[in-house]
Unconditional design. Structure first.
Lengths: 507, 450
């Protein structure tokens, strides 16, 4: 095998000059990949050629603890032969290596076909030729390193100025992904994504406690947006508050154990939606295809249009068209146009996240457009887009607190755990407050709540309105073998749930 | 897959290209050609191959450092990433704790490093994997079950060199199989992973998973509460994943460990001894750390006493001790990590533990283990794929899965019996060498629907 460091042979030479091969050359590679796959015997092929530029900055106290920049570029070729899937990826972007990868994908598909009960069948999708770009105002790669570090360092100085803080951390994350997709059906797409993320954390430790407060949320907020999102979240302006809260948690009373009315802040509710609605709505899970690792789902096809998933005010959508939301796109990774699909409508389970190869298994005429891959080197699988709770009529968070006699308000995720069928969950949050007679009272440390998904969503009796709605972004959803991460979005306003079990870990 | 010679050429190219423009340059190469075959519902679902090589360069200049990465390992790509790092490092803040790059490490422990590259693994083909999967599906059919899982094989490599003359290269074969057998109301799971083909017997794994599924059929609920539990190897491994970082220098410097100020103190039961030992015959992984230092064997806990932490160069320097070769690639907020744990075993088998248990619960596997309270080291999680009630020294029946909330500090104080240690793979952390364990007073807080 030729090592990458060897000089390329004459027929293999292409205009690779560091980071920026021409678009024309990339286009020709994509078409060459499809041609090579078909010549090798593929019945269907698609190829994604991706260039991803990224920059990750981490600070710890007043030091830069991580500063990674880089470029990742390669092609992933997926083929069907005799009803079996094969996938091969390569970072060697020459016609010769693309040909090898295409042939390898066909070999793998043939091996798959030898072990199939019935051949893969793909749902129809129109042929597209399109260019799509995510919206952003300020290119994050045009901002100086000094300006980026200034945001984190000024936040850190404020956090460390609060007596009792033991550690300040900050993170910024920027990714620009250029993706070319083509298939043997004739679809040809070019998409550009700009994703940005930001986070600060304050830690406080004493003999008995290790407390943390994060902003804007646990692991940070991520959006399909540019530098303007970092400006908008105003990390330095929130540093003092989270630092003081982290220190106050050291001496706060333990969150009680028992049954309580519970208000979830919108970022915590976003993760609740992710785990207890998003994952169980993935059709590959519901069909048992992911049961070896990520798990299956209690939302089996026999429950479609029948199960009372939640209270009548609960409406959950998978919306890949939401502007600026982290899980949005123009087309998914098998060339299906972005869609908005109801998963739960007026409390009833109504739909799945699906793909071209699973749609027909439950009688759908078309994929819901949910096939996504972490990178060029991963095969696409069904992933969440933006799974969001439609805003309700309960006004603002303050209105909801005023409307609650006794309860607990929990905010900012600390940890999450749910069984592999997505029934039983337990979440912890960083902070909570007692609600008494319609007013926010004393702070509680180490809050947690648990329940069973359908019982929990059926106990929802109030959802705040659009004024408190935030499109939260989760950058690290894990699924698949080998495990791949994905950018998912979760829009939510605060909501109230009646009679929820709280404090189980300490009962 | 890059050879040692190819890696050396890239290190030489990068260091030569950087020249005297910086105070030091470190070149880190990682790669894999592991292929993965997936199956579910008694047929293959995915078949993936991806050869990936990645290059990272770290440059040091006037007390500053930066790390840049690329997949482009052509001459132009290597030079471009070095040029980018040289330009960008000037923009970084000065790092008062930054150490110069280390010279060649002459640690003598390397001579005992076992060979973890096996030609037999590299010769496993896609057709071989498909045939093995067919056989596993055959086991499912024989037992009226449905099989799902993964079978992967290939090679990984890592190389690290720097402008001080340090160069280390490691390649290792990788074979892995996990299988879930599904009945109408029960599942069973088994997994193995290692550098050697003989460590992964796919048919034996399928039979074990099928036995778990059939013998846990028609599960009944039990009342949550405190039980004696028998944790099979994978369950014990995955339960403890959140504890390991607490044994690092950085977690103590950051005041985030649950074991602050406990060095030299009794923290666990007498029967708990934990080592980090990359040289152990059943271990896998690279014998050098993120800066190229040889990993040392470290006794972390001895008979329940916290004896040592593990350190990279940065945390060791700040704490005034010698590094142990456990640093993560710089710069890195986590700092260091024990990567090759060996929890010292005893002779007991799982069958012995069952026999000596009047009433308890046997766990095949735990799932979605997450930290609830970092100070008390409380974690929550679920049982999965084979949960059994033990009564009067026998496995009496399968039971519905349970949620637990337990303190890992308490778990290791409540060890009743230590089993035989062996290489074990789970899904919550990296494979390690651990025993099965019998634990008293394990807190189950809820039962789920299946």
């Amino acid at each position: 095998m030729m090592s990458r460091h060897d000089e390329p042979r004459a027929r293999d030479k292409q205009p690779l000059d560091g980071f920026t091969p021409s678009e024309g050359f990339m286009d020709s590679l994509v078409l060459h990949a499809l041609d090579a796959a078909q010549k090798a015997g593929a019945d269907y092929a698609d190829v994604r050629l991706i260039e991803e530029q990224y920059e990750y900055i981490q600070t710890k106290d007043l030091l830069v603890s991580g500063f990674n920049k880089g470029v990742s570029r390669g092609a992933g070729i997926r083929v069907l032969k005799e009803g079996g899937w094969g996938f091969c990826a390569t970072q060697k972007l020459t016609k010769l290596e693309i040909e090898k990868a295409a042939k390898r994908a066909v070999e793998l598909a043939a091996a798959s076909a030898s072990c199939m009960r019935s051949p893969i069948s793909l749902a129809d999708e129109p042929v597209y030729s399109a260019v799509w770009a995510s919206p952003h105002l300020i290119d994050p790669f045009s901002i100086s390193t000094e300006d980026k570090l200034d945001v984190l360092m000024s936040s850190a100085r404020t956090i460390l100025g609060v007596k009792g803080v033991t550690l300040a951390q900050g993170r910024l994350s920027f990714v620009r992904e250029k993706k070319t997709f083509a298939s043997t059906l004739g679809t040809k797409l070019q998409q550009t994504f700009v994703r940005s993320g930001c986070c600060i954390e304050a830690f406080a430790t004493n003999e008995m406690e290790r407390q943390r407060r994060s902003y804007p949320k646990h692991v940070g907020q991520f959006e399909l947006a540019g530098w303007e999102m970092v400006q908008g979240w105003d990390l330095p302006g929130n540093a003092q508050r989270i630092a003081e809260e982290a220190v106050a948690l050291l001496s706060a009373p333990q969150c009680p154990s028992g049954q309580s009315d519970l208000i979830l802040g919108s970022s915590q509710l976003g993760l609740q939606i992710h785990e207890s609605c998003g994952h169980p709505s993935e059709l590959d899970r519901a069909l048992g295809q992911e049961i070896n690792f990520a798990g299956a789902s209690f939302l089996t096809p026999d429950k479609l249009n029948d199960l009372k998933y939640g209270a009548p005010i609960v409406n959950l959508v998978a919306d890949a068209t939401a502007p600026g939301a982290l899980g949005s796109f123009g087309f998914d990774d098998e060339g299906v146009a972005a869609q908005k699909v109801y998963l739960v409508k007026d409390g009833t389970f109504k739909g799945y996240l699906s793909s071209r190869d699973t749609a027909h298994l439950i009688g759908l005429g078309r994929s819901g457009g949910s096939m996504r891959a972490q990178s060029w080197s991963h095969a696409p699988i069904i992933r969440m887009t933006n799974i969001s709770l439609v805003p309700g009529a309960a006004g603002t968070l303050d209105d909801l607190i005023s409307d609650t006699d006794n309860g607990i308000l929990m905010e900012t995720n600390q940890s999450w755990s749910i069984d592999q069928m997505r029934y039983n969950f337990q979440f912890s949050t960083e902070i909570a407050w007692e609600i008494k007679n319609g007013k926010r009272g004393r702070m509680f440390k180490n809050p947690s709540y648990s329940g069973v998904t359908t019982e929990f969503w059926n106990s929802c009796d109030a959802i705040c309105g659009a004024d408190d709605y935030v499109e939260w972004g989760e950058p690290n959803c894990g699924k698949g073998q080998p495990c791949q991460t994905m950018w998912t979005g979760h829009g939510a306003s605060p909501a109230r749930f009646r009679g929820v079990q709280v404090g189980t870990a300490y009962s | 897959m890059l050879t040692e010679e190819a890696c050396r050429k890239i290190v030489d190219l990068a260091t030569h290209h950087a020249g005297k423009a910086v105070d030091g340059i470190e070149v880190h190469l990682l790669g894999t050609d592991v292929e993965t075959s997936r199956f579910a519902n008694n047929e293959m679902t995915q078949h993936q191959a991806n050869t990936i090589d990645k290059l990272a360069v770290r440059v040091l200049s006037e007390g500053r450092q930066i790390r840049l990465e690329t997949d482009d390992l052509s001459t132009a790509g290597v030079c471009a990433v070095v040029d980018g790092a040289i330009n960008a490092v000037k923009l970084m803040e000065k790092d008062q704790c930054l150490l110069p790059l280390p010279p060649t490490d002459n640690e003598s422990e390397w001579h005992s490093y076992p060979d973890r590259y096996e030609q037999e693994v590299t010769r496993i083909t896609a057709a071989d994997r498909a045939a093995a999967i067919s056989n596993m599906i055959g086991v499912a059919a024989d037992n009226k079950l449905s099989a799902a899982g993964v079978y992967a094989s290939g090679t990984n490599f890592e190389a690290l060199g720097n402008s001080q003359g340090l160069f280390s290269y490691h390649r290792e074969t990788h074979v892995e199989c996990s299988v879930t057998m599904c009945g109408s109301d029960s599942t069973g799971w088994a997994k193995a992973q290692g550098p050697h083909e003989k460590q992964v017997n796919t048919l034996e794994l399928a039979k074990r998973a099928a036995f778990k599924a059939t013998s846990s059929a028609s599960p009944e609920g039990v009342i949550p509460g405190r039980y004696t539990v028998i944790l099979e190897h994978s369950a014990f491994l995955d339960l403890l994943a959140y504890l390991w970082w607490d044994f690092t220098g950085t977690s103590h410097l950051d005041k985030r460990s649950s074991l602050l100020d406990k060095l030299g103190e009794k923290v666990f039961g007498d029967n708990v001894t934990i080592e980090d030992d990359v040289y152990h015959q059943e271990q896998a992984g690279c014998p050098f750390d993120g800066e190229g230092l040889a990993r040392k064997k470290v006794t972390i806990v001895e008979n329940g006493i916290l004896r040592n932490l593990v350190y990279g160069r940065r945390s060791a320097s700040r704490m005034g001790v010698a590094p142990t070769g456990h640093g993560l690639p710089e710069p890195n907020a986590l700092g260091d990590n024990p990567m090759n744990l060996v929890i010292v075993g005893n002779g007991a088998t799982v069958a012995d533990m069952v026999k000596s248990t009047e009433k308890g619960i046997l766990l095949t596997r735990v799932w979605y283990v997450r930290q609830v309270d970092p100070a008390r080291k409380i974690v929550t999680g679920m049982t999965r794929d084979g949960t059994f009630l033990v009564e009067n020294g026998e496995i009496s029946r399968g039971i519905k899965n349970l949620r637990f909330n337990v303190s890992l500090l308490d778990i290791l104080k409540n060890v009743v019996t230590v089993g035989h240690a062996r290489r074990t793979a789970g899904e919550e952390g990296v494979p390690q060498v651990v025993p099965a364990m019998k634990i008293a007073d394990f807190n189950f807080t809820e039962v789920t629907r299946f």
